[in-house]
Ligand binder design. Structure first.
Ligand code: IPE
Ligand code: IPE
Ligand code: MG
Length: 254
């Protein structure tokens, strides 16, 4: 084990971290277990990362738990995953409340079975007064789904005369996404070794720093999480400007 402590600058902790929690199935297979055992182990990592993010002072943590495309997996795996989410929510909600963590859900939850939907609503209600870290659980979520929903809403508003086409702006689109009111992710982490975004927050990650790690989600540790944050802190975010503009003596962006 690396014994050098990971240095984190508390002044530039990312306000919003998004994570594509990938590699549960391969982790399980590599340990001679069924894929579902990987999802069970992955719940522990969710706990670990929520705790670490809270302690760091991260404001928003968006976790990709189940994608629109994941509905097309074998029905037994879909059922096991959805049931696991219910079990985890019931078990973890008291700790979320104790740790002042507010739960939010983004995605097409109307597609969820009643058991999952009801359990989600209970957890959302139980944590609604929490003021610490906000965890956005992406469930039945895909970016193209939410962009299509936003486009439909804009089309309907234009058709009814409430909105003029020339008044449609980035802010209009932003306000119609599931992440409305939440700042864009500063850092996007994907575990599991693949370097792709798999239909996650495509609009919102326009200027996010991307971090890919080969570590499978169930094996992703607090140290791995802190290393991703430390890596983020070593980068220079330029937002289309020059390096001198963002960090020179006359830098004028905050
Ligand atoms: C991520 O792990 C969890 C979900 C997508 C629900 P996977 O189940 O995708 O695991 P791999 O990528 O097949 O190893
Ligand atoms: C992305 O992982 C979705 C979640 C982590 C929930 P996938 O395993 O579904 O993505 P692909 O199939 O490798 O792109
Ligand atoms: Mg996967």
């Amino acid at each position: 084990m690396n014994s050098t402590p990971i240095q984190i600058d508390s002044a530039s902790v990312p306000a919003h971290i998004a994570i594509i929690m990938d590699g549960n199935g391969r982790w399980a297979r590599s340990h001679g277990m069924e894929r579902t055992a990987g999802h069970v182990a992955g719940v522990e990592t969710v706990r670990t990362v929520i705790t670490a993010a809270s302690q760091l002072g991260v404001k928003y943590l968006t976790l990709y738990a189940f994608s629109t495309e994941n509905w097309n997996r074998p029905p037994e795996e879909v059922a096991a995953l959805l049931h696991l989410i219910v079990v985890a929510l019931e078990k973890e909600t008291p700790d979320l409340v104790r740790n002042n963590v507010r739960l939010n859900v983004i995605g097409d939850v109307a597609r969820m079975p009643a058991e999952s939907y009801d359990s989600l609503q209970r957890s959302l209600a139980a944590t609604s007064a929490c003021t610490g870290l906000q965890v956005n659980l992406a469930l039945s979520y895909s970016s193209r789904w939410e962009i299509v929903e936003a486009a439909r809403s804009i089309a309907a508003q234009v058709a009814s005369g409430q909105l003029k086409p020339e008044d449609v702006s980035e802010a209009t689109v932003d306000s119609l996404l599931t992440t409305s009111g939440i700042p864009d992710p500063d850092l996007l982490i994907r575990t599991g070794g693949d370097s792709r975004v798999s239909n996650f927050l495509l609009w919102q990650i326009a200027y996010s720093e991307l971090y890919f790690t080969p570590v499978y989600w169930p094996a992703f540790s607090t140290e791995d999480f802190l290393e991703a944050v430390a890596d983020y802190q070593r980068r220079e975010r330029r937002f289309g400007l020059t390096s001198d503009q963002v960090s020179g003596p006359n830098a004028n962006i905050s």
